[in-house]
Design a protein around this ligand. Structure first.
Ligand SMILES: N[C@@H](CCC(=O)N[C@@H](CS)C(=O)NCC(=O)O)C(=O)O
Length: 206
């Protein structure tokens, strides 16, 4: 199975993490920001990554890709009951839409502009929104080890958001010990290292 992707894209990272947890090998093909790989343009009406190609099957939404990988591997990353599966999918939607919002704006400014050229207001607004999401996510996690009962795709989806924040020095855990403990548990899983991005835009200089 080929996946066209960008190593630091959190949607792609989610797919790699799910595949690593499932023990599914992916043939990763790089697609450049703003210059989609020809296969991405052909298979995805949004021209976004990730895109999966499995023989004649082409899938262009990360949530659909993860569901496909899980079913192909009979993995159970979505839980066993209808209610459990709904909870997992809601956390995935939360990650893809809500958690992405503020973080994306802040990271865009931090990674692509020199300090003097940044729109500091945009950074602050983004971080304020991200902090609100953290309060909400900490309450949703409570004292459970994983977001939706057993380890699930919910954790695979949210982990990369926190991974991106951490990579860009956005310290998120000061007020949320339960989120910090969850993130450490996630990072201790072998799949985390396997799926970790090769590089982050703007941090290549080390
Ligand atoms: N809803 C899509 C969102 C994917 C997405 O926004 N991908 C971004 C990268 S993080 C993208 O491809 N942007 C255009 C580009 O990099 O050229 C999904 O879940 O797959």
């Amino acid at each position: 199975m080929q996946v066209f992707e960008r190593t630091d894209c959190p949607f792609c990272w989610k797919v790699r993490l799910a595949a690593a947890e499932l023990g599914v090998a992916l043939d990763l093909v790089a697609s450049r920001p703003g210059e989609p790989h020809p296969e991405v343009s052909r298979l995805s009406p949004t021209a976004t990554v990730p895109v999966l190609r499995d023989g004649t099957v082409g899938i262009w939404e990360s949530a659909v890709i993860c569901g496909y990988l899980d079913e192909r591997a009979s993995g159970g990353l979505y839980g066993r009951s209808p209610a459990a599966r709904a909870a997992v999918r809601l956390f995935e939607a939360y990650s893809d839409r809500l958690a992405a919002d503020g973080l994306r704006d802040a990271v865009f400014e931090l990674r692509s502009k020199a300090p003097g050229e940044r729109d500091d207001g945009r950074v602050e607004q983004g971080l304020a929104l991200w902090r609100e999401r953290l309060v909400d996510l900490a309450a949703r996690l409570g004292d459970r080890p994983w977001f939706a009962g057993d380890f699930s795709l919910a954790d695979c989806a949210l982990g990369p958001r926190f991974g991106v924040a951490e990579a860009y020095g956005i310290h998120v855990f000061r007020d949320h010990d339960n989120l910090a403990a969850w993130f450490e548990r996630l990072k201790a899983r072998p799949a985390w290292q396997q799926a970790y991005p090769a590089r982050f835009i703007g941090l290549e200089r080390g």
